[in-house]
Design a binder for this molecule. Structure first.
Ligand code: PRP
Length: 191
């Protein structure tokens, strides 16, 4: 049986998402924004974030696969569903649930940049900079976390737990869902 430990509470998520939205509202200053969610993990964060945005917003999604149902990054990114919208000349904000190795976002960022948006920025709920394999930094990050295997608020383990309203660490080893890899730094979550 897996054991879940709350890492980021509903209240912390609410206030973290609110702060991100305030920064984004300030930065875009009323300009229309095309918000692009990266399926599947970003759907909960995106739903909460866009309801706090005050500029005109259009929403689209891309689906990519880098991990499949495995928990290790294969380094191979595939676009499973492309954008429906053309992004040329538009302000685009890519919304992600978590940046780990950075492979997914680096690939997507370069792919979308080549379509000539007016601007392209990245907003992630969670950032695990200690796991980076490529140089990639988001423009907006809600919480910087240590190298824990986290689920909830959109994030899954074997497609389960996405519906949890908070972010949890899986503590006990189980097939397909490794435990936290850095137990020594537990508790260090930075907004
Ligand atoms: C997760 C997450 C990011 C990616 C981050 O997606 O949602 O897209 O991994 O990892 P990286 O920085 O190492 O590339 P996953 O492939 O698990 O799919 P999901 O969004 O459907 O859960």
């Amino acid at each position: 049986m897996e054991k879940l430990e709350v890492l980021i509470t509903e209240e912390q998520l609410r206030s973290g998402v609110g702060e991100l939205a305030e920064r984004i509202n300030r930065d875009y200053n009323g300009e229309e924004l095309l918000v692009v969610g990266i399926l599947r993990g970003a759907f909960v964060f995106l739903a909460d974030l866009v309801r706090r945005l005050t500029m005109p917003v259009v929403i689209d999604f891309v689906a990519v696969s880098s991990y499949g149902d495995d928990t290790q990054s294969s380094g191979v990114v595939r676009i499973l569903k492309d954008l429906d919208e053309s992004i040329a000349g538009r302000h685009v904000l890519l919304v992600e649930d978590i940046i780990d190795t950075g492979l997914t976002l680096k690939y997507l960022y370069e792919n979308l940049k080549a379509r000539h948006p007016a601007s392209l920025k990245v907003c992630t709920l969670l950032d695990k900079p200690s796991r980076r394999l490529v140089d990639f930094n988001p423009d907006y990050a809600g919480f910087t976390i240590p190298d824990y295997f986290v689920v909830g608020y959109g994030l899954d383990c074997g497609q389960r737990y996405r519906n949890l309203p908070m972010v949890c660490v899986i503590r006990q080893e189980q097939e397909g869902c490794p435990p936290s890899q850095d137990e020594s730094s537990r508790g260090e979550v930075h907004e």
